[in-house]
Design a protein around this ligand. Structure first.
Ligand SMILES: NC(=O)c1ccc[n+]([C@@H]2O[C@H](COP(=O)([O-])OP(=O)(O)OC[C@H]3O[C@@H](n4cnc5c(N)ncnc54)[C@H](OP(=O)(O)O)[C@@H]3O)[C@@H](O)[C@H]2O)c1
Length: 298
């Protein structure tokens, strides 16, 4: 089951799994997009509508998976919206929902999925976190809070399940990835978000997710530059703090001016979803939904 399997890293993961002969169920909020993606992936891919922040919807998606596929061996979750803006600028309900999806969503999945894994004698949960679960970035506080919280919850779950044979929980922590997340995001920062280079392909993160299903690890980082950034944040906080603001303005919030909006935080934006966002590795927008979204805004 790939939660968030209709776009970006989740879609790349679902595709890779189908290509290797696995039966896949994709889960997200947009029925329209789920139907299109399942038909495109083929291979008997099934789908379920669920907002991961809703425990009943998650339970129904898991129950449906076991009913339709006979079992549930693995879950990869990538579901996470983003909202740009200073801590004082992002509205309460937006901040709360970003965290509810990132942190509450993993809790909901754990509650529904772990009993199934146990009853089958094993299973693997892979959570896609972020480099921003280990560093703090100005103008991205809501997302950082979701990813830090998600990381804490996953680490606790790893310790809680460590003696259970065959039950595994892994975490993938990418740097920037070429997906539509940047133009799907909400913004209260005055401008649209951009992918900060260096940017890797979603297929690279998908490969890490699929590998973890058979070779679980506590945490795997994906992307060049993540070690340098984490080290700077931890070992040289004064220098990090001085550079972070100007760098974010230059590389992460260099999009066109936009009025405040919640993006896909509360509702999906299926027309903006795709596997890739159209970013080059060095941060230019060459094609794809991101470029179309920017032209529409002009
Ligand atoms: N792209 C990056 O640069 C990057 C970097 C580091 C980490 N990550 C992490 O990688 C993961 C995937 O990101 P991405 O870039 O692939 O994002 P994406 O292209 O925006 O895809 C997000 C997926 O999650 C689904 N989703 C969003 N909110 C949901 C909810 N409440 N319930 C269920 N599904 C929901 C979306 O479908 P619906 O909207 O239809 O529900 C979509 O399928 C996220 O956890 C993100 O934090 C991304």
């Amino acid at each position: 089951m790939v939660v968030g399997g209709t776009s970006g890293i989740g879609l790349a993961t679902a595709r890779l799994l189908v290509e290797t002969g696995e039966q896949v169920r994709v889960v997200a909020r947009s029925e329209e997009r789920l139907r299109r993606v399942a038909a495109d992936l083929g291979g008997g891919t099934t789908w379920a509508v669920a907002d991961v922040s809703d425990p009943d919807a998650v339970q129904a998606a898991v129950d449906g998976c076991v009913r339709e596929h006979g079992r549930l061996d693995a879950v990869v979750t990538t579901a996470q919206p983003m909202a740009y803006g200073g801590v004082e600028q992002v509205p309460h309900d937006v901040l709360t929902q970003v965290v509810a999806v990132g942190v509450g969503g993993v809790g909901n999945l754990a509650r529904s999925v772990m009993p199934v894994f146990r009853s089958q004698g094993g299973g693997s949960l892979v959570v896609v976190g972020s480099l921003l679960g280990e560093i703090a970035v100005p103008g991205m506080g809501a997302y950082c809070a979701a990813k830090w919280g998600q990381m804490a919850l996953v680490r606790a779950l790893q310790v809680e399940t460590r003696r259970e044979r065959g039950v595994h929980v892994s975490l993938v922590l990418p740097g920037a990835v070429d997906t539509p997340v940047y133009h799907l995001a909400g913004s209260y920062a005055g401008s649209a978000g951009s992918a900060p280079p260096p940017i890797v392909a979603p297929e690279q993160v998908a490969k890490a997710c699929v590998r973890l299903l058979d070779h679980p690890r506590r945490a795997v980082h994906v992307g060049p530059g993540t070690l340098l950034t984490r080290t700077g944040f931890r070992m040289m906080p004064a220098i990090y703090d001085r550079l972070a603001g100007p760098l974010v303005a230059k590389v992460a919030l260099r999009g066109p001016g936009v009025p405040d909006h919640p993006g896909n935080v509360f509702a999906p934006r299926p027309d903006g979803e795709s596997e890739r966002g159209g970013w080059t590795p060095d941060g230019r927008l060459r094609s794809g939904p991101g470029r179309r979204a920017r032209w529409r805004r002009r």
